[in-house]
Design a protein around this ligand. Structure first.
Ligand SMILES: CC(C)(COP(=O)(O)OP(=O)(O)OC[C@H]1O[C@@H](n2cnc3c(N)ncnc32)[C@H](O)[C@@H]1OP(=O)(O)O)[C@@H](O)C(=O)NCCC(=O)NCCS
Length: 169
């Protein structure tokens, strides 16, 4: 399979924050943002693999800034690295100022998806060929994040997490 660039899976989801999607402080409810990011990541993983892709893990979510009612929220998702059947999706969340059009970064998240066949069995995906400095940086760090995720899920032994160990020794 020919490797693909992260830009080929770029998915941009732009939507408003409505009253039914807020918490008691009139800011976007965290679970609503998680669902929106999951949708964007799912489309991104599907674009990369051209397969059905299912969420296997939410590796990291940072709610750095609250997002007020009425905001325009832009979610950008791209595959940052592909392994055998799994893909890491890096998600950047921006809030657009209605008057100036300026974008302010509010959140970041990393999800892992697995490409599956019609029976839900994992299938191989194309590799990633990163181009930009940021894409290369995210690609390089993704193996360490995969090992950490597998370790936390009890699916990898600490002694096998070579990339992680290299950070400390
Ligand atoms: C995703 C699923 C198909 C994986 O099946 P599985 O039998 O565990 O398959 P594997 O153990 O071969 O794992 C498949 C890949 O996922 C990776 N993976 C599994 N758990 C992971 C985790 N917690 N973090 C990161 N990667 C993980 C494996 O390393 C493997 O990657 P690779 O092939 O690229 O090396 C299966 O767990 C499933 O159907 N889960 C439910 C998915 C779902 O319904 N999601 C929606 C939310 S409800």
């Amino acid at each position: 399979m020919t490797p693909k660039h992260p830009s080929e899976s770029l998915t941009i989801l732009t939507d408003l924050v409505l009253p039914s999607e807020t918490n008691a402080l009139n800011n976007l409810f965290g679970g609503e943002l998680l669902a929106r990011m999951d949708r964007a990541a799912s489309i991104s993983a599907g674009r990369h693999s051209r397969r059905i892709a299912v969420t296997v893990s939410v590796n990291h979510v940072a709610f750095n800034k609250s997002i007020p009612l009425g905001s325009v929220v832009i979610i950008e998702a791209k595959v940052s690295r592909a392994f055998k059947t799994s893909m890491e999706i890096y998600i950047d969340v921006w809030v657009e100022d209605r008057e100036s059009g300026e974008r302010i970064k509010s959140n970041e998240a990393i999800y892992t998806f697995v490409a599956v066949d019609e029976n839900g069995k994992p299938v191989e995906v194309p590799q990633i060929d990163p181009l930009t400095k940021l894409e290369k940086h995210r690609y390089d760090d993704a193996l360490r994040r995969k090992q950490l995720s597998l370790l936390l899920a009890g699916k990898m032994k600490p002694e096998d997490a070579s990339e992680l160990k290299a950070l400390f020794v």
